[in-house]
Design a binder for this molecule. Structure first.
Ligand code: NAD
Ligand code: UDP
Length: 306
């Protein structure tokens, strides 16, 4: 199978490239390196089944080779990244998704969209099942990401219904692991970087807001499973073990063996109060559940950051 992946030089994308190559697939990675890096592709670039195209997928891309599967992962994903690049984020979620779906349609390829738990916004239903329509502020600073992903989902369903493209949508909940950038700005890379330097660990707000963190290998496994199923509606993938951010900060400090103290900083606008995936559907459809306990995933990530 020849798989074209947009955003393949990013955190999740690079792990997918590696896994697909290890499974014997050919991989074409399309990335403009706005938040990704060629350093993430050290292994794939030595593999003759791998091709890298430097391109902004918000612009049309002509692909000459046949393609069997399009994985659309291109988008800034960390809140500081999408606040820094609001227009690029909206473009890649709209024009980029249109172009990626256009490739899938032209090549008669299957398509998978990387969507997000952010489509649920600051959720009023907890945990979040796929049937929940969400609670998003369209004009707040996070709206550029949330609404772009909601548009991407709507467009993907339209291509499925109108053009009969064989699509899938994965709603990814907070995922972490090696290859997150030190300066990525998300909670886990921040906490680990700060704890390793024995600097203050920054908790936003009072730290009572919750998230549920999934280790990268579990997410990749779930995505591979979903690729193989003909199911068009969104599927949540994430680890339902929910923790407050203050608990997370203290856990990272303990696992690093750091002398850091927690400091409290202002809570970003529209920061969701709580988030936990309902993974009943993934468990039934994909026979999938996360296998890596939080502390083990954190320890592996800390070792990589060291
Ligand atoms: P990342 O920033 O590490 O990777 C994103 C990649 O997309 C980067 O390599 C970047 O250069 C590339 N990119 C961005 N805009 C592009 C464009 N216009 N053209 C070509 N390439 C472009 O982020 P990540 O955490 O690996 O996230 C990957 C995908 O998964 C994103 O779509 C994100 O929304 C989704 N997601 C991630 C998480 C998570 O917890 N990591 C959660 C929910 C959804
Ligand atoms: N957060 C924090 N300190 C940091 C970075 C993030 O307390 O240094 C909080 C953030 O306000 C949010 C949670 O951690 O409540 C998760 O943030 P992240 O940026 O990792 O992802 P999000 O779930 O908000 O997309």
């Amino acid at each position: 199978m020849r798989v074209l992946i947009t955003g393949g030089a990013g955190f999740i994308g690079s792990h997918l490239c590696e896994r697909l190559l290890a499974d014997g697939q050919q991989v074409i990675c399309v990335d403009n390196f706005i938040t990704g890096s060629q350093r993430n592709l050290g292994g794939p670039l030595r593999n003759s089944s791998f091709e890298l195209i430097r391109h902004d997928i918000s612009r049309p891309l002509e692909v000459t080779d046949p393609v069997d599967y399009v994985l659309h992962f291109a988008s800034p994903a960390s809140p500081p990244d999408y606040l820094r690049y609001p227009i690029q984020t909206m473009k890649v979620g709209s024009l980029g998704t249109l172009n990626a779906l256009g490739i899938a349609k032209a090549k008669k390829a299957k398509f998978l969209l990387a969507s997000t738990s952010e489509v649920y916004g600051d959720p009023q239903v907890h945990p979040q099942p796929e049937g929940y329509w969400g609670h998003v502020n369209p004009i707040g600073p996070r709206g550029v990401y949330d609404e772009a992903k909601r548009f991407s989902e709507a467009l993907t369903m339209a291509y499925c219904r109108e053009h009969e493209v064989d699509t899938r949508i994965v709603r990814i909940f907070n995922t972490f692991g090696p290859r997150m950038r030190k300066e990525d700005g998300r909670a886990i890379p921040n906490f680990i970087t700060q704890a390793l330097a024995n600097e203050p660990v920054t908790v936003y707000g009072d730290g009572s807001q919750t998230r549920s963190f999934c280790y990268i290998s579990d997410l990749v496994e779930g995505i591979l499973q979903l690729m193989g199923r003909e199911y068009h509606e969104p599927v949540n993938l994430g680890n339902p073990e929910e923790k407050s951010l203050l608990e997370m900060a203290r856990l990272v400090i303990r696992l690093v063996g750091s002398s850091s103290q927690v400091v409290f900083k202002p809570l970003p606008v529209d920061d969701p109060r709580q988030r936990r995936p309902d993974i009943t559907l993934a468990a039934r459809l994909l026979k999938w559940q996360p296998m890596v306990p939080l502390e083990q995933g954190l320890s592996e990530t800390i070792a990589w950051f060291r």
